[in-house]
Design a binder for this molecule. Structure first.
Ligand SMILES: [Zn+2]
Length: 388
């Protein structure tokens, strides 16, 4: 009573039209964080119609989250995660449409052999990865409480099994000065905008003190009210990222200090609002290597990581701190051709190559889930590594 691996591959190929259609439909209707009403409905309909499995909508109190379950209903439980949110202006430039279709593909293939699963497989639709922290909300709501291992894949420009993701946080800085006529009596005012711009310069001056891997990047969200008024209000937002939570906290303190220093120099008030972002990714190597072995069977040659390329942040990082998890990357374009959050990457996420990678991901996810279910010692090893 074991899952036939070749049959898993075959099933994914049989569902090809359906999966590609799903990926393209989601791509063509980009929805922002927490607004993925169409995408989550299409994912649910796809699973209900193709596998005859009922989908729970609105799990964990999130309207656009979902869950479907197959197998024995007993432990171990493997979660396959589907993201489907898009970005403002540039649409599916992170390729989450391919993540969704790949997870659905793996789930449908496993559902065809549901009777042979020695455990449970869940498909969990996780909204709002782009700045909304959907997985954190689901984690807090207990959606992952019965899950022994969680996995997803992410489109990229190369195949990497266990690339890092940074710990992150957001800072909103609002400056309030004193307005005055910019020509008639500028000496009567205190410019909030000057303090805002000075903050950017001060932060740049501190970069020499940052550790490797730190990222601090921001943009102005309010630059003033009119050309002839000394700006009374100005605001900016920063994202701070680091490879560890400790370094993140240290650098966040520096950014805050720069804002306060700029405000002091300009004679304006500053309000600092910090929101915690995502935690760093803990790649479970036991699972990642299994996924790698499955990829090799499917003709790919993944590396574990690549020091030449930067890292982003993901709410999968938070999940990986609670449950053994993987978040491997798979190429949907040539190395260096394009990168997540670029217009060209959005085009890659609906290209024949992107769709072909999605099918490979579906097969590799399904095979890895089957491996984990059928080898209790693998789960034990993944958990031991997690606790270490
Ligand atoms: Zn992404």
């Amino acid at each position: 009573m074991s899952v036939d691996r070749a049959e898993l591959d075959q099933s994914v190929d049989e569902f090809r039209d359906l999966l590609e259609g799903l990926a393209l439909k989601i791509h063509d209707h980009p929805e922002l964080r927490f607004e993925e009403h169409k995408a989550s409905r299409w994912v649910a309909e796809c699973v209900e119609q193709a596998a005859g499995v009922q989908v729970e909508r609105g799990v964990g109190g999130l309207e656009t989250a979902l869950r479907a379950r197959i197998g024995s209903g007993r432990a171990p439980c493997i979660a396959l995660l589907a993201e489907y949110d898009a970005l403002p202006e540039i649409g599916h430039a992170c390729g989450h449409n391919l993540i969704a279709a790949g997870a659905v593909g793996a789930f449908l293939a496993l559902a065809k052999q549901s009777k042979h699963l020695s455990g449970t497989v869940e498909l969990i639709g996780t909204p709002a990865e782009e700045g909304g922290g959907g997985k954190i909300r689901l984690l807090e709501a207990g959606v992952f409480s019965g899950v022994d291992a969680a996995m997803m894949y992410h489109p990229f420009d190369r195949d990497l099994l266990a690339h890092s993701a940074l710990s992150s946080s957001w800072l909103s800085l609002s400056f309030e000065g004193k307005p005055a006529h910019a020509a008639m009596a500028p000496w009567d005012g205190n410019s909030a905008l000057t303090a805002c711009l000075e903050t950017f310069r001060l932060i740049d001056s501190q970069r020499v003190h940052f550790r490797d891997g730190v990222r601090v990047h921001g943009f102005v969200t309010n630059g003033g009210q009119a050309v002839n008024i000394i700006p009374e209000r100005a605001a900016c937002e920063f994202s701070v990222r680091a490879t560890t939570t400790a370094e993140l906290e240290r650098v966040r303190g520096i950014v805050e200090r720069c804002a306060r220093g700029a405000a002091l120099a300009c004679g304006v008030e500053v309000r600092v609002e910090a929101r915690s972002g995502y935690r760093e990714m803990r790649n479970n190597m036991t699972m990642a290597r299994r996924f790698g072995a499955a990829l090799e069977v499917l003709g790919r040659t993944p590396r574990e990581t690549d020091a030449r390329i930067g890292a982003g942040s993901t709410d999968m990082g938070d999940l990986s701190q609670s449950v053994p998890s993987i978040h491997p990357y798979l190429a949907i374009c040539d190395e260096g051709e394009s990168m997540c959050h670029e217009h060209r990457f959005a085009a890659c996420a609906r290209s024949p190559r992107g769709l072909a990678t999605m099918l490979v991901a579906a097969k590799a996810l399904a095979r890895t889930a089957a491996d984990l279910l059928e080898n209790p010692e693998l789960i034990t090893q993944a958990k031991r590594e997690f606790s270490a």
